[in-house]
Write a protein that binds this ligand. Sequence first.
Ligand code: J2J
Length: 529
Amino acid sequence: MLAGCTPWPDEWAERYRESGYWQGRTLGDLLHDWARRYDDRVALVHRERRLSYRELDLWADRVAIRLNAEGITAGDRVVVHLPNIPEFVAVCFALFRLGAHPVFALAAHRGNEIRHLCRISEAVAYIVPDGRVGYDYPALAKRIQADVPTLRTILVVGGPDDFTDPGTSERGLEPVRVDPADVAFFLLSGGTTALPKLIPRTHDDYAYQVRAGSELCRLTRQDVYLVVLPIEFNFPWGCPGVLGTLSAGGTVVLAADAGADECFALIARERVTFTSLVPAIAHLWLEEVEWSAHDLSSLRFVQVGGAKLPAETARRIPPAFGCRLQQVFGMAEGMLSYVREDDDEETAYTTQGLPLSPADEVRIVDEHGDPVAPGAAGEMLVRGPYTLRGYYRAPEHNERAFTEDGFYRTGDVVTRTPDGHLVIEGRIKDVVIRGGDKISAPEIEEHLLALPGVHQVALIGVPDPILGERTCACVVAHGHAPELLDLRTALQDEGLADYKLPDRLEILADLPRTPLGKVDKKALVARFS
Ligand code: J2J
């Protein structure tokens, strides 16, 4: 496995192979299999463009040849920063086939986050869209390149010299031997630390997650999946999402944005059968659907996850969209929990389902790490065939984030119903979930603390009817108190993604403290909710 990653201990790896969870196929191989099986069926739809499985397979090889000609080879890390376009899929599979590792930057990321991702991964290349998408990514790339010595190559999708242009060359890709137990790509952690951590996902573990999810959702060639969330999120990419749909021979349709107008029209035009949303988008769609004249009758189910879905919103979804609701609780680190098709309605509305795999091990523990009584709330710890064993190049953080026997501490507080369904009750990690976006409080606090006028700061999440939570910066001022706009502008100028800019500012004389001297965020949340 790539240096800096933590492999599963040998006996666990053996067990997962023997049980058939890990099947020893790389994601690049799987696309070959799918292309052989589904051939000229439509794999991807974007606007007026339709690509068959055969075309996608060939395209991934052609892009791999181009990337290889740019010097990208096995083991290299490449930061991929693309919107929901077919090129995202082609570029990722091209990199898989070269044995290189895409790092999935979030589309909303800006200079600050990208610089960090490039540095920590020692990326050799950075892939961006051209300037037509409303932000000058190539200019950003130039600035990043000046700061990151390893970054040899900037590659731009679109424009005159597009490296993803399939061309007409008949030359085939020299197959590269890729170990299925090695990292395929890196996802980003929702973050409890000042800087986001990279999550290595192996071919074996991700292929299993996708296969199991696709079986659970009973996907077939008839399924059409609409990608509404940013494609680089774990949820749309592989739960079962894009890869699950391709594994079943269905069709993936890419939406340009999450707006109801665009998405309802696509559902009607392409006869979409399922999609995945965060609660904030589900909310907006519910507001729009009664006014919509579009035919949504093709929908089989809508998945909602990424943040707590209130039961009252959950109940409104099936009648409004004429389909089943499937709650999904997940994390880029691995562990997934899905409501099943045969769960009763109450379970579907009020729980976040059962673990995906029989090999998922879940422990619910108190603050001393001891198991709680049945039905009581505690922190969820997880271990299993698709849950990471360590973040990339983060030995100190890994000491804290994992137990000695390899359980990942999720920071989520859950209960379990008598029949084993998980209910997410809250979290002990210092993260605000705004819409589906995860904001690490320490990250934002560090930036705010560096600004003039900010003496002390605590970032908290306060309830919001649409987003679930929004951010509130509680500041003890130093001299002249700053205004919200000053803080937002300053963070934006530092190159932070927009969703991280504080929504609200409260100036306080003091921050409340717990008896141990830590900032009492619970008291702040109670005060400003
Ligand atoms: C409450 N909180 C939830 C839910 C995630 C599928 C779905 C979601 C993600 C995701 C994902 C929640 N109710 N239904 O990767 O594949 C919160 C928890 C969790 C954190 C993980 C997937 N579903 N959460 O959201 O890595 O706090 O993954 O630990 O972005 O989101 O965030 P992330």
